[in-house]
Design a protein around this ligand. Structure first.
Ligand SMILES: *Cc1c(COP(=O)(O)O)cnc(C)c1O
Length: 415
């Protein structure tokens, strides 16, 4: 394609990257797979698949307990992975990295430990209108239990957070601000550092749902200044069932435990239990060792490519897709924020998004249709559902062209 001509020296070599993802060689309904459902989950490079395979064929043992060699090797790999994650999000200390099942469990952990200890009757938790159910429901459960309430900062029609309105919601009863770094529907990148500044000035901690950010831009939790940051391995080229909760050490030290069990204790008698130091205090039971090792391989992969380069490439691809989609008659983008990353949601005339998804599938194009776990946001947008194309580092302009051509045909069929 013509883009080779103007490719800058440090640009991503997408053709080479695509070779690393075996699933992308697949055909669907006889057509080359065009995978544009990365906001739901990302595909895995061979390096991640190999790491899982190697672990199970050569290293499998339980961690932290064994004196035998295999257990030692599994433990070393497990501990090294925690350091990889620390570096990946620039946490100050590896003890601030807690392995969980995913973003959802990370947020529930904070709600059930920090939240139960710190939130009382009449207190408030501030969210935004664009939150995923994972960053709504845990707080709702907590609020119901405690007699606290949710306050919701609105967004503009373009899908940008109303920062002034969010600030107006902050008061002496606010216990926490919980906000998505990047919206999984609108693609909006929220000004997290600015939100943290507003909250911190009032002594209010901030939790960031980073599920949709870590694969698409460099994330530095110290620069953001947030207190908690949660993300899922499977959205950053890693396995399912593994994720990360980052928490500032003072908060994690002070919080009560989440689940109780093996690996998490200092000593146990039937009268009393003392707990292990951070981060083990929050990791009861045998952890997802293979998942952790796979996640580390995924992090090595994206950092090897370079998050800055990935961000620049995807930003360009997102801009290309935005203008290409604008040419489809009857198509309306939901989410046109100035600062947007890798997600394009849209409606097409009166065509139901599920019909769009089904027809595109016949063309080998995988997108998602539905409420995307954001029913309150759908209500705000005034639509029952949207179609959503979401990008990753292995997507190409050619794939966007395939999407657009297929959408044009959908439009004609339903005219
Ligand atoms: C996917 C997603 C979640 C939930 O992640 P899980 O991996 O299902 O726990 C939360 N928030 C956002 C913004 C997401 O995109």
């Amino acid at each position: 394609m013509a883009s080779v001509v103007s490719a800058p020296r440090d640009a991503l070599n997408v053709a080479a990257i695509r070779q690393d993802f075996p699933i992308l060689r697949q055909r669907v309904h006889g057509k080359p797979l065009v995978y544009l459902d990365n906001a739901a989950t990302t595909q895995k490079p061979q390096a991640v698949i190999d790491a899982l395979q190697r672990y199970y064929s050569e290293e499998n043992a339980n961690v932290h307990r064994g004196v035998h060699s295999l257990s030692g090797r599994a433990t070393d790999a497990y501990d090294a992975a925690r350091e990889d994650v620390r570096r990946f999000i620039n946490a100050a200390d590896a003890r601030e990295i807690v392995f969980v099942r995913g973003t959802t469990e990370g947020i529930n952990l904070v709600a059930q430990t920090w939240g139960r200890a710190r939130v009382g009757a009449g207190d408030e938790i501030v969210l935004t209108e664009m939150e995923h159910h994972s960053n709504i429901v845990p707080w709702q459960i907590l609020c119901e239990e405690k007699g606290a309430r949710l306050r919701v900062a609105p967004i503009t029609d373009a899908g940008e957070l109303r920062l002034d309105e969010l600030e107006r919601l902050l008061n002496a009863r606010t216990r926490l601000v919980a906000v998505a770094h990047v919206s999984n529907v609108l693609g909006t990148v929220n000004p997290v550092a600015e939100i943290v500044r507003l909250a911190r000035a009032r002594g209010i901690p901030v939790l960031v749902d980073g599920a949709q950010a870590v694969a698409h831009m460099p994330v530095d939790v110290q620069a953001l200044g947030c207190d908690f940051y949660a993300f899922s391995g499977h959205k950053v080229l890693g396995p399912t069932g593994i994720g990360v909760l980052y928490g500032r050490r003072e908060l994690l030290e002070a919080m009560p435990v989440y689940q109780g069990g093996g690996g998490q204790i200092g000593s146990v008698t039937f009268d009393r239990t003392t707990y292990a130091p951070l981060p083990y205090k929050y990791e009861a039971g045998t952890p997802n060792i293979a998942g952790v090792i796979g996640l580390a391989a995924a992090i090595d992969y994206v950092t090897g490519v370079g998050l800055d380069r990935i961000a620049a490439y995807e930003r360009d691809l997102c801009a290309y897709a935005t203008s290409a989609l604008a040419d489809v008659p009857g198509l309306r983008l939901t989410g046109t924020a100035r600062d947007r990353a890798s997600v394009l949601s849209f409606v097409l005339g009166d065509v139901h998004p599920h019909d769009i998804g089904t027809i595109l599938d016949r063309e080998g194009v995988a997108i998602r249709a539905g409420h995307h776990c954001c029913q309150p946001l759908m209500r705000r947008l005034g639509v029952p559902a949207t179609a959503r194309a979401s990008l990753a580092l292995y997507n190409t302009r050619q794939e966007i062209d395939t999407l657009v051509a297929a959408l044009q045909r959908v439009g004609e069929v339903f005219e």
